[in-house]
Design a protein around this ligand. Structure first.
Ligand SMILES: [Mg+2]
Length: 260
């Protein structure tokens, strides 16, 4: 492996502040929003569906800008990082690996992340590129900045349909992290287990894994459709898009997914 590329939300950054700020803006308890996010996660839907349950008529993108205009916009600082981010990234760089951070976030989030001066060679977001996950073009951009061949580039993320499956489709290696709602819920799904080259619970596992101690698939497995967890069938709701059952869902709205 030559380059490690990290997703941002719930891989490096906790989304607590993101959802709490939405709850505050909408005037509902944070737990209500979190529970609705969980409902979306287990059904493989976009997390922002939680906001649409609360405010069916709200344009989430417009609301995002209204919050910013009201001085209650996106914020991200050191306290939003998972504690293993700095040590893991620093160790990977010390091993001679190129470290890139590239995720579905706003341009503002990119600016805030770069201000943290993380041990990374590049920090870039989907809004800055003008394309988001799981679009194939996003992963083409990842390879553009990787500086390494697809098979020598590892994408690390928590979301099977946004991170693991499209990264593998683009020829990259992929590591799934059991972190955040998507990460915990989908970690043991057979399709994730089959597709991911590695499955980790902490970023600090990566240096040892990439040093040769980990499981590594000899060939890139073709991504498969992801269905409900065994024993927990969740039929798709009419009118809702089940992202995890559609290899190429429509691009999600960026601002509300991107805020930290
Ligand atoms: Mg993520």
């Amino acid at each position: 492996m030559e380059t490690i590329v990290f997703d941002i939300g719930e891989t490096l950054v906790r989304d607590d502040r993101h959802w709490a700020s939405w709850a505050n803006w909408l005037g509902v308890p944070p737990h209500t929003v979190s529970a609705l996010v969980g409902a979306a996660v287990v059904q493989g839907r976009d997390c922002t569906d939680a906001l649409r349950v609360l405010r069916p008529d709200m344009d989430v993108s417009e609301a995002y800008h209204a919050r910013a205009a009201a001085g209650r916009g996106e914020h991200l600082d050191e306290t939003d990082l998972y504690p293993d981010v700095r040590p893991a990234l620093a160790e990977l760089r010390a091993l001679g690996l190129r470290v890139v951070i590239a995720g579905d976030r706003t341009a503002r989030a990119g600016k805030l992340l770069r201000a943290l001066d993380l041990p990374a060679d590049l920090v870039v977001t989907s809004e800055e590129w003008g394309v988001g996950k799981p679009d194939r073009e996003f992963f083409s951009r990842v390879l553009d900045v990787s500086g390494a061949a697809p098979e020598a580039t590892l994408y690390v993320g928590d979301h099977p349909a946004d991170d693991i499956f499209p990264a593998k489709s683009a020829g990259l290696r992929a590591a799934h992290i059991r972190r955040g709602p998507y990460g915990h819920w989908w970690a043991d799904h057979p399709d994730v287990m089959e597709t991911a080259d590695w499955r980790i619970s902490a970023l600090t596992e990566l240096p040892a894994l990439l040093g040769g101690a980990g499981r590594r698939k000899p060939t890139a497995a073709a991504p498969r459709k992801l269905y409900a967890l065994p024993g927990q069938p969740v039929p798709p709701e009419p009118g809702h898009t089940d992202q995890l059952q559609q290899p190429e869902p429509e691009p999600a709205e960026k601002p509300e997914r991107s805020e930290a």
